[in-house]
Ligand binder design. Sequence first.
Ligand code: DGL
Length: 294
Amino acid sequence: MADSSERPVGVFDSGVGGLSVVREIQARLPGERLLYLADSAHCPYGARSRQELIELTRGITRWLLSQGAKLVVVACNTASVAALGALRSTFDVPFVGIVPAVKPAALATRTRRIGILATPVTFQMEMFNDLVRNFAADVEVCRQVCPGLVELAERGIVAGPEVEEPLRRYLEPLLTAGVDTIVLGCTHYPFFRPVIERLAGPEVTVIDTGDAIARQVERVLGGQRLLRRDGCGELLLATTGDVVRFATVASHLLGATPNEVVPVDLDADTPAPHRPTRRGGDAVTLPDSGDLTP
Ligand code: DGL
């Protein structure tokens, strides 16, 4: 492709979570072509080892680059804190990663107590603990893992009793501790935001990093003269897992039905063609988004 700005922005996550970041990028940069890969075959990432995450995310990045990605967004807190350094030292492409919004929360809190919802791996990694040390040393940081939430989002269930029951349990210790700011430190969690806000009450501010990531994508692309300002943006979806399942849940969460979702085998020698929508054969045409019954 002669004009590099025409190339897609590659975005990936363990599954549907990164679509919460895609929404923000689409809102800020409507002209960009986005290529989203969900590593559904290996979801969840939240309890994997750093080495596994480095290997998985290297494979994903290789695939995104084979499709012409001009920038790679690691739309996953877990993968970013575990593997971003390794990815940056392996590949010659700009990366934008995502980390829990510890700094904005520490600046915003009045009670001097903040809550972070994230995966076990995110809390273990030094990148997260450095954030706390550097930006929230004078603030009480309540860490809360949320087992099962990622799996619910992967099934497209983001409201109702199945969601409220665990969320009440996860929020209770934070609210008892008196936090007034809660950080959504996993990209799957913004899909639960309305429920979290309702359960936490009006005194609590919920912070999500999606918009900040979109602004960073804009800054990095702008700095490299890679912004695609004209033309109509598009979203191409791909998954390493079950295409029909991913397609159904993605269309439900995005509130729009993409044309098709392409299956990706990261172990295959030959990468899929650059334009997944032209692949024909294996791609799956989606059911209407209204068909999803949680
Ligand atoms: N969405 C991811 C994150 O931001 C990972 C969730 C998972 O696969 O455990 O951390």
